[in-house]
Design a protein around this ligand. Structure first.
Ligand code: PEP
Ligand code: MG
Length: 590
């Protein structure tokens, strides 16, 4: 992780979040915050404004029909049907008449008139009791944005609609924007905002797209069509490089791909230390589509399935069958290993605008994850039914996110029991002994791990959140990224204690936060007794390599010594020295 500084005029350094090198053309992904000013127009311009409005409606309709065609071809007709609702908004005579009347009555420019009416509609729809009508708000807002863009003559190509390979540059990207990226079209991305454990960064690793975030002023520096190099391993971004630099990075790219190929030899080998201690190395996934990469990289199971992605980029809620089919697919594919299905963790940086997740001052500490599920038990039950039904097809486990105390855990388990009873009554098969575990990612859960341990089968340490809450450092904020320190002595003590308490209660303890994916910490975590490492599939071979290079007894010694050091810097330095000394391939690395 590196801080941002300008080393040369055309070189920026940000936070390296997804390894690999890409060289290509910039595609600026614009933020959609247009400023619209109110202009009073003369009488004779009214007809012109109305004509502009009609033109924008026609252009928007053509755009939507084009997208529909494209999506129908690439993803199937059912995905394309989502846009029918958008077309209906465009044909809504009442909305159109109201905009025209506003222009005539107030003698204002069409952009302003449209914004006024759009706001009126949004206010009415957001207060509707009928859920279906409330959900139409998202269609109105989406189409509204398109119309405004067309009125202003702006272009915003969708990330799904790209025709050529590009490198996306943006101020920020949401996890849902990132989920829409096609690997064949988006060869890398770079953003001004963001941190290493933001979900956008995590997704880049899952999609194997090189990425650098936290660049602070890249957007000011580039324009569409510039040539750019993204080094997602070192965090360097070079704008309009000369041919010598391009050649250098082409060589680096080849070296990176060769290194990756070398690691792939490890994929069938077990994660066992030189003195015979076995641990498990699993993969984290967001979508069942990642399964082939999981198998290719030799993961022994799924340690974290982030199921909330099923709720993103769609306009309705996934139903029981959607859940069942997705989990069955993963269970069928991972016959030899377990699959830890984390119940949805919406909120934080993963929003679904049609669900009742209000805008909060501190969304990362708001009504997210299990808190949301307990407040909306019907939505939670739908997911639990899907998981339970799929549990007969493989070794599925349930994991609750963001547990902060015993009451929450008990409430979640009560709901799970209700769902089990219901399935039993209906004679629907499921595994009655399905293991239930929790993420330990809130400091309070770490402190009372002994109490929670009595009522669960396993712990999985979510360092991404645990670090942000323990150190009070927002994981997405690039301005304080330097304080986001997995090697902080407080973090190591928390991890050590969670593992010890879990083991004392007879539980296995895994880690599915990004710290488990960083080779520099592998020896420490191994030495502290971690049973399972779960990381993005790409990280799996390297973690195995480190584990296979050492004796467990030596790793224990290293962990004990690291726990006695007093600062993040000292611990990090010590961890790096040991990695270099003990693991071939790291000797000459930074
Ligand atoms: C974590 O917090 O470490 C974790 C794995 O969950 P997420 O990154 O999805 O919050
Ligand atoms: Mg988390």
């Amino acid at each position: 992780m590196k801080s941002q500084k300008q080393t040369e005029k055309n070189t920026l350094t940000g936070i390296a979040v997804s390894p690999g090198i890409a060289i290509g053309r910039v595609f600026v992904w614009d933020s959609e915050e247009y400023t619209i000013s109110k202009q009073i127009i003369p009488q004779k311009q009214i007809a012109i404004e109305i004509a502009r409005f009609e033109e924008a409606l026609i252009r928007t309709r053509t755009e939507i029909l084009d997208i529909q065609k494209k999506i129908s071809k690439e993803m199937g007709i059912e995905h394309a049907e989502i846009f029918d609702a958008h077309l209906l908004v465009l044909e809504d005579r009442m909305l159109i008449e109201e905009v025209i009347n506003e222009i005539k009555r107030e003698k204002v420019n069409v952009e302003h008139a449209f914004i006024v009416i759009l706001k009126k509609y949004s206010d009415i729809f957001s207060k509707m009791d009928d859920e279906y009508l409330r959900e139409r708000l998202i269609d109105i807002q989406d189409v509204g944005k398109r119309i405004i863009r067309n009125l202003l003559g702006k272009q915003r190509e969708g990330l799904m609609e790209l025709d050529e390979k590009v490198i996306v540059v943006a101020t920020n990207l949401s996890p849902s924007d990132t989920a829409l990226m096609h690997k064949e079209k988006v060869i890398a991305f770079a953003t001004d905002m963001g941190g290493r454990t933001s979900h956008t960064a995590i997704l880049a690793r899952s999609l194997e797209i090189p990425a650098v975030v936290g660049l602070k002023n890249l957007m000011q520096t580039v324009k569409n069509g510039d040539i750019i190099i993204i080094d997602g391993t070192s965090g360097i971004v070079i704008i309009n490089p000369n041919s010598a630099v391009i050649r250098k990075y082409q060589r680096e790219r080849k070296k990176f791909l060769d290194f990756e190929k070398g690691l792939s030899k490890l994929k069938r080998l077990p994660a066992v230390t030189k003195d015979g201690k076995s641990v498990v190395v699993c993969a984290n996934i967001e979508f069942p589509e990642e399964l082939s990469s999981v198998i290719d990289h030799g993961a022994q199971g799924i340690g974290l399935y982030r199921t909330e992605y099923m709720y993103l980029n769609r306009e309705d809620l996934p139903n029981e069958e959607d859940h069942f089919q997705a989990y069955k697919k993963v269970a069928d594919c991972m016959k030899d290993g377990h699959v830890v299905i984390r119940t949805m963790d919406l909120g934080g940086d993963k929003f679904v605008s049609h669900l009742d997740i209000p805008t909060e001052m501190n969304p990362l500490m708001g009504r997210r994850a299990i808190r949301f599920c307990l407040a909306q038990p019907e939505i939670f039950k739908t997911q639990l039914r899907g998981i339970l039904r799929a549990s007969v097809y493989g070794n599925l486990k349930i994991m609750y996110p963001m547990i902060s105390g015993l009451t929450e855990l008990r409430q979640a388990n009560e709901i799970l029991d209700e769902v089990k009873q219901e399935l039993k009554r209906k004679h629907i098969p499921f595994n009655p002994d399905i293991e239930v575990g929790i993420m330990i990612e809130v400091p309070s859960a770490a402190v009372i791990a002994d109490i929670l341990a009595k009522e669960v089968s396993f712990f999985s340490i979510g360092t991404n959140d645990l670090i942000q809450y323990a150190l009070a450092v927002d994981r997405i904020n690039e301005k304080i990224a330097y304080l986001y320190q997995p090697s902080h002595p407080a973090v190591l003590r928390l991890i050590k204690s969670i593992i010890e308490v879990g083991h004392a209660a007879g539980l296995w303890v895994g880690m599915c936060g990004e710290m488990a994916a960083e080779p520099v910490f592998t020896l420490l975590l191994l030495g502290m007794g971690l049973d399972e490492f779960s990381a993005s599939a790409v990280a799996v071979p390297e973690i195995k390599k480190v584990i296979r290079s050492v004796d467990f007894s030596k790793a224990k010694e290293i962990a004990d010594k690291a726990l006695k050091l007093h600062s993040s810097e000292a611990i990090l330095k010590y961890a790096k020295e040991n990695l270099k000394e003990l693991v071939l391939d790291y000797k000459n690395k930074d």
